[in-house]
Design a protein. Structure first.
Length: 197
């Protein structure tokens, strides 16, 4: 498994570290069977504002098997979110097609009860400005165009390297309302989505 901020050999600079103490970081259900993740930020609190809930995409992309995603609601920086995903044996989500993108956006919209309008997913352009790379190291966007027909879902005028908070807009986010993507400072604190890779 490759989990790197700017690519396979270039970890993302920033807060990093372990977002919470204790626990094994394994993905699994709690004793209630609710699908809550047993450790990490706000573990076992699946109120929609804290903790993580594990759900299976029942309509995976063509040719893929259904797998679990951890929807984590405690806002973290992208580096801390990435580290939490790794602690769970996962990466930040790598979105490969419209059905997967739509399911993630719909699930976030239905489950998240906090103040944010978007979540971190697993890409950034930290290594080379304008070259967007997924957590598995695959470049999907460069010089204003998709690479090799890879799926993208940028909002109008995105990516624009503008962020309402301090820091370069080098990390990928997905809006809950429509699943479109926008760049944002990696130091923003947002919910996030993990998946196994």
């Amino acid at each position: 498994m490759i989990e790197a901020g700017g690519g396979p050999d270039n970890p993302l600079a920033g807060s990093g570290g372990t977002p919470s103490a204790g626990g094994s970081g394994a993905v699994g259900s709690d004793a209630s069977g609710s699908g809550a993740v047993g450790s990490g930020a706000g573990a076992n609190n699946t109120s929609g504002t804290e903790g993580c809930v594990v759900l299976t995409n029942q309509a995976p992309m063509q040719g893929a098997q259904a797998h679990d995603y951890a929807f984590c609601f405690t806002p973290l920086t992208q580096a801390s979110a990435r580290a939490d995903c790794v602690d769970r044996g996962m990466t930040l989500a790598v979105i490969e097609d419209r059905p997967e993108n739509d399911w993630i956006a719909r699930t976030l919209s239905e489950r998240y009860k906090g103040d944010s309008s978007r979540a971190f997913i697993g890409a950034n352009d930290v290594t080379t400005e304008g070259e967007w790379r997924w957590a598995d190291g695959i470049v999907f966007w460069s010089n204003g165009a998709a690479i090799s027909g890879r799926y993208t879902n940028w909002s109008d005028t995105e990516p624009n390297d503008e962020s309402p908070i301090e820091g370069a807009a080098d990390c990928l986010t997905s809006y809950f309302s429509d699943g479109t993507w926008a760049d944002l400072s990696c130091d923003a604190e947002l919910p996030y989505v993990c998946e196994p890779r």
